[in-house]
Structure formats: C-alpha cells, structure tokens
Design a binder for this molecule. Structure first.
Ligand code: MRU
Length: 370
C-alpha cells in the first residue's frame, strides 16, 4: 500500500480526501498553503501525524511565493490555527521553521520542502518501530492459546492507522505487525461518533489490509470487556501532557475507564512528536470543539448508491461537539513509542525526552496488576 501523502514532480502534494471514504477514493492535489490549511480544517486530511506533515509542506509552499521573515512567521501561525489539539502540527511547523529561519530567503522554500520530506520519512520509520515495540505487548495480553477460533482480541477507537499518518499508523502498527507475523487477531472497531472515523476509515483500512475486524457502536466496548472478549485496548493520541495524561478522540476516556474496571490493558501508541512537555497536565490541553452539525447530521449511502447527509434530530435540538477528551495517566497501562514502551508518568516521559531513547523498561504497578 502506498503512503498516505505523496509529492509529485510538480512540487505538489497528493493524498486521499478522507471525508469521502469509505464510499469513494478520490485523490486530491494540494498545491498551495491555502490548500493545505483547507484540507486540515475540513478534515480531508486528519490524524495527528498527517496534519503535522501537511502543515509542514504547507509552510514550504507558503515560502515559495514569499520567503521573507514576515511570511515565515505569519504562515506558521496561520497554519497552526487550523486545528488546536494535536501537538504534532505545532511540532512539525516548528521543525520546518527552525530548519529555514537562519537561511537566506532565496534558499528557504527548497529547504523547507526537503525538511517536510524528511519529517514524513521519519514518521513512517517511527510508526514501523511502534509496531515492533507494540506487537509483543499486545500479544502478551492474550488470555489463552490463540487460534483462528479464538484470536487475539484488540479494541481500538477512532482511526490511528495508515490514513492518520504517512504509513503504518500508530495504534494500528502493532496490529499490522502481528497480522503479518501470522498471529490470529481480530479488531473491535469503535464506530467513533460523531464523525465515524472508526466505521468509515479504520474498518476500511483494515479491510484493505485483510485484518479481521468488527465495527461496534461506541457504547458496546464496556460489555465486551466485561465478558472477556477484549484482550487489550490500543488507541492513538493527539497530545500527551508532561504528566502522562492523554488527549485523544472523544470517547477514549470512557474506554480507558471500562478497561481499568475490567483489568484490560489500555495502551496508547505515541510517537515522541506527540509528547508535549509544555502542557503540564491534561487540563492545560486545548480541546477542539467542532460544529454541532457533526452531531445532528450524518452522512451515508442510499440504496441507489448516492451519498447524502441526513438530519438525525429536529432542527431545534441543541448539540455540543467536543472533538477530544483527556484520559488521565493513571488509566494508561503504558505508552508505546518508537523508542520503547514507557510508563505514562512524568519521570519516564522526561527521561525519554532528555535521552531521546529508552529501552523496553516499563513495568508499572498498574500494568502488572492487570
Ligand atoms: O479528529 P481526528 O480524526 O483528526 O482525530 C484523530 C485521533 O484522535 C487519532 O487517534 C490521533 O490523531 C492519533 S492518529 C495516529
């Protein structure tokens, strides 16, 4: 399968419009900073690592027409304002700006484009390593002999797969690694209301990869965990605070609560680009509130094959749509990073950020007790 974001020889980006999946695969071209920002705001591209990558290229494109300091800082701020919760966007924009800030204006656009490309290569490599670290952790969660009749049962929320990254995904990377190794595995896919990233995107990409899966309503996970039908939960993240609190798609917190109550390990796949030492804890992370229309309406396919939007409730109904929630660190069994598996706590995160690498050294009381 090819990478989610590609460049062409005209210096443009090619990707898939994720708002149309799973019913239509339409390739789109992003040729300007404006195109990149629009794609992030409209969620044609989404998922923390992917919006970081598109933001990085967007900054490079902005510098093509005007490589001055003024434009560099203004475009950085303007792209950053596209979506607030995923720290990868700020991380990627900072990385590109730092790379070009000291260069002569005439050299900036090409250097920024190159840096965005390196960032994408790094993302693919990091995610591959998350897969390698995470696979044995998930495998060890199995409650007995695995077979096709009793596969490893993993529950995931939202889409933290290939579509959310350049390649491999974060939360789905260990699942792909296990499937490639021939381990019998089945994924419970949370539908992920209101935008249905699980039903529309995760189910689609698992089907492409030939990984067995079943979509469940968001509220079904607790019952499945209580009945022993979930060996482990793994999600992605949009930002991890210095104390290990995790911001991820709305509904993640409830899954973590249910997992803790049922002694099911709850893993968060977390590239280092998602760690935010500037956020002391989850309370300081800005939560994106999106349009109420995402709650009051839904998109679907009619029997004639056409795709349309329908109202789910009366126009007079008020709705609220927080896009993310915070899972407290105490509910997270471990963070699976590209450098190893660490505890979701202040010390382990600070050590990782200081040293740049860790061994597979996590053994928290919480994890041992599940
Ligand atoms: O609103 P979205 O679809 O961008 O939210 C995506 C998520 O919450 C993912 O879990 C997260 O960004 C990690 S993607 C590897």
């Amino acid at each position: 399968m090819s990478r989610t974001l590609q460049t062409d020889d005209r210096g443009q980006l090619r990707t898939v419009d994720q708002t149309l999946l799973p019913f239509e695969w339409r390739s789109i071209t992003l040729a300007s900073a404006e195109d990149c920002r629009e794609a992030i705001v409209s969620m044609r591209v989404r998922g923390a690592p992917l919006i970081g990558a598109v933001g990085a290229y967007g900054l490079a494109l902005a510098l093509r027409s005007d490589p001055t300091d003024t434009r560099l800082h203004a475009a950085h701020a303007w792209l950053l304002s596209a979506r607030p919760t995923a720290v990868n966007l700020a991380w990627a924009l900072d990385r590109v700006r730092a790379r070009v800030a000291e260069l002569a204006p005439g050299e900036r656009a090409a250097a920024a484009w190159q840096e965005a490309g390196r960032l994408c290569d790094d993302d693919a490599q990091c995610n591959h390593r998350i897969g390698e670290w995470g696979a044995p952790r998930l495998r060890a969660s199995a409650r007995g002999e695995l077979s096709s009749a009793r596969p490893l049962q993993v529950l995931t929320h939202c889409n933290a797969g290939r579509l959310a990254t350049i390649d491999h995904g974060t939360a789905l990377a260990p699942i792909y690694a296990l499937a490639a190794a021939g381990v019998p595995i089945h994924v419970w896919v949370d539908e992920t209301r209101p935008r249905n990233q699980g039903a529309s995107l995760t189910a689609w990409e698992l089907a492409q990869a030939g990984v067995a899966h079943t979509v469940i309503a968001d509220n079904a996970g607790g019952l499945l965990m209580m009945r022993g039908e979930v060996d482990a939960v793994i999600t992605g993240c949009d930002r991890v605070a210095a104390n290990g609190d995790v911001a991820n798609k709305i509904g993640t917190y409830l899954k973590a609560l249910a997992a803790a109550d049922n002694r099911v390990p709850f893993y968060v796949a977390c590239p280092v680009s998602t760690l935010d030492p500037a956020s002391a804890d989850g309370a300081s992370i800005e939560i994106e509130y999106r349009s109420a229309r995402e709650v009051t309406h839904a998109r679907g396919r009619l029997p004639d094959g056409s795709v349309t939007e329908v109202a789910l409730m009366d126009e007079s109904v008020r709705a609220l749509n927080p896009g993310f929630d915070i899972t407290p660190a105490r509910l997270v069994t471990a963070l699976i990073t590209e450098h190893g598996v660490i505890a979701a706590d202040r010390v382990a995160i600070a050590e990782l950020l200081a040293r740049g690498t860790v061994g597979d050294h996590v053994a928290t009381g919480r994890e041992q007790s599940r």
